[in-house]
Design a protein around this ligand. Structure first.
Ligand SMILES: Cc1cc2nc3c(=O)[nH]c(=O)nc-3n(C[C@H](O)[C@H](O)[C@H](O)COP(=O)(O)OP(=O)(O)OC[C@H]3O[C@@H](n4cnc5c(N)ncnc54)[C@H](O)[C@@H]3O)c2cc1C
Ligand code: FES
Length: 288
């Protein structure tokens, strides 16, 4: 874990394996196959204790089916309004997609490292996200908006495959009003789309960053992050100032089972947020 970055302990600090019952309060369809679930702890005392930092994730468990790591996508200053945006891709997430308002599931967490929102204060910030990668950085956007005067220029560069794959479109105007320069792109435009077409790294061509005072936060498909990193290095941003979130198959989420090992690090415990400086040897390997 990166020194100096604060993380929230699991809600049951003495027993990180402890599962807590949560109920689905609301479900919002975001894009094809992806839904946002608002969850509430059944035990109010547990809910009151629950805190998380931007970038942390929970393990969501469906008895008899399995468990999945899912990033928390809501406002860390309002931890009782707990949101997770989930894409149905396999056993657990497809079963989650069949759940309805009022259904129960189990949760343990939060786990993992956090985006370095405190050390980015006083700096310009570029948040570059692709596809569902906007979910783990949305808490950063909330955090920054809640204390906007502590940051310099802030850009959100976001892209998805097509206009209908863009997450949280209903919030972009609020973010712009809060002085975040939101730039959106799609790989494939179609009739009616008059925005930018191209992959996320091409949006960097429009920015003139000051390498001495710019911090980068990026999350999305690994191929996208590689090209974002290349664009940042071209603009002379130091590898220690580029932060990325890695995804690996999780099992224990506690650094015990080795499922998520990446070189010397466990993504569940040392990540998912790392600096490019830490990840460089692994990102540079083809098909790592
Ligand atoms: C830290 C972290 C945060 C995450 N946040 C989110 C989130 O906010 N929303 C969301 O929808 N998903 C998120 N994921 C991914 C999610 O955990 C996996 O998609 C999930 O495990 C799939 O479980 P499943 O049983 O439905 O699919 P499975 O049946 O386990 O797998 C379906 C397919 O996805 C592949 N796969 C499974 N897990 C991963 C993974 N982590 N990386 C790459 N490929 C994988 C499998 O190889 C298989 O091809 C996150 C993963 C991590 C590690
Ligand atoms: S998931 Fe078990 S060590 Fe990371």
């Amino acid at each position: 874990m990166n020194p100096g970055i604060q993380v929230a302990p699991t809600v049951d600090a003495a027993n990180p394996w402890a599962m807590h019952a949560v109920r689905i309060l609301a479900i919002r369809r975001e894009v094809p196959q992806a839904f946002t679930y608002e969850l509430a702890f059944e035990d109010h005392a547990v809910g009151e204790r629950f805190r998380f930092r931007p970038g942390q994730f929970d393990m969501l468990y469906l008895p008899g089916i399995g468990e999945s790591a899912i990033s928390i996508s809501s406002d860390p200053d309002d931890p009782q309004r707990l949101l997770h945006t989930i894409r149905a891709v396999g056993n657990v997430t497809r079963a989650l997609a069949r759940k309805r308002v009022g259904d129960q599931l189990l949760l343990r967490g939060p786990f993992g490292s956090a985006w370095p929102v405190e050390s980015c204060e006083g700096q310009d910030l570029v948040i570059a996200a692709g596809g569902l990668g906007l979910a783990p950085v949305r808490p950063v956007i909330h955090h920054v908006i809640n204390r906007r005067d502590r940051y310099g220029k802030v850009w959100l560069l976001y892209g998805a495959r097509s206009p209908r794959d863009l997450l949280y479109t209903y919030e972009y105007d609020d973010w712009r009003r809060a002085d975040i320069d939101v730039q959106v792109t799609v790989d494939l435009g179609y009739d009616g789309w008059d925005g930018h077409i191209g992959v996320v790294p091409t949006l960097f061509d429009r920015l003139h960053l000051n390498p001495a005072r710019t911090r980068i936060i990026t999350c999305g498909p690994e191929i996208m992050m590689r090209f974002v990193i290349a664009a940042c290095l071209t603009q002379k941003i130091g590898p220690q100032h580029i932060y990325l979130s890695m995804e690996r198959n999780m099992n224990c989420a506690l650094g015990f089972c080795g499922h998520c090992q990446l070189g010397p690090a466990f993504v569940c415990k040392d990540g998912p947020v790392f600096t490019y400086e830490q990840m460089e040897p692994y990102l540079d390997v083809e098909d790592f």
